[in-house]
Design a protein around this ligand. Structure first.
Ligand code: ZN
Ligand code: ZN
Length: 148
């Protein structure tokens, strides 16, 4: 999905973080997927490569990577957080039926910072926008149900 992406280990080095095989693998997995996995998903995905890795190790690494700003933790009210590689600023559309998260790009939304600063004299640090709805698959399932 990236045009010019550094390798996971290069990114870690650039952030002055310690490079461990697990950390590299977790970051690499997040860089290569747009499925917004949970810690559990990551744990199961990498389990065959790192049979001795505990779920606590996954959580610790996710916390470190989030702290470095390399990944983003997404919590949308459901029980477990999802994780996303931070590449280009983007927003999320969340399906209210199945909970799947979809990426959405809308560069124009960055203006919201300036508009807010002008309107309120705020020193804006960040903004958070989520779009809720029903994904294509769930719409299809619904209309199939109706047709029965
Ligand atoms: Zn859905
Ligand atoms: Zn995303």
């Amino acid at each position: 999905m990236a045009t010019e992406t550094l390798s996971p280990s290069a990114l870690l080095k650039k952030s002055h973080a310690r490079v461990t095989p697990q950390r590299e693998a977790i970051l690499g997995f997040l860089m290569g997927t747009d499925s917004h996995p949970t810690a559990d998903d990551i744990y199961h995905h990498l389990g065959s490569r790192f049979p001795n890795m505990s779920i606590a190790t996954v959580y610790n690494n996710l916390r470190t990577l989030t702290g470095l700003g390399l990944i983003q933790e997404l919590s949308y009210g459901d029980s477990s957080s999802h994780f996303d590689f931070v590449e280009t600023a983007h927003y999320h559309a969340i399906c209210q039926v199945c909970g799947k998260i979809f990426d959405m790009y809308y560069p124009g939304l960055n203006e919201i910072d300036t508009i807010t600063e002008n309107a309120t004299d705020f020193a804006v640090t960040s903004h958070r926008i989520e779009v809720y709805g029903i994904c294509k698959d769930c719409q299809k399932k619904r209309s199939e149900k109706k047709a029965e």
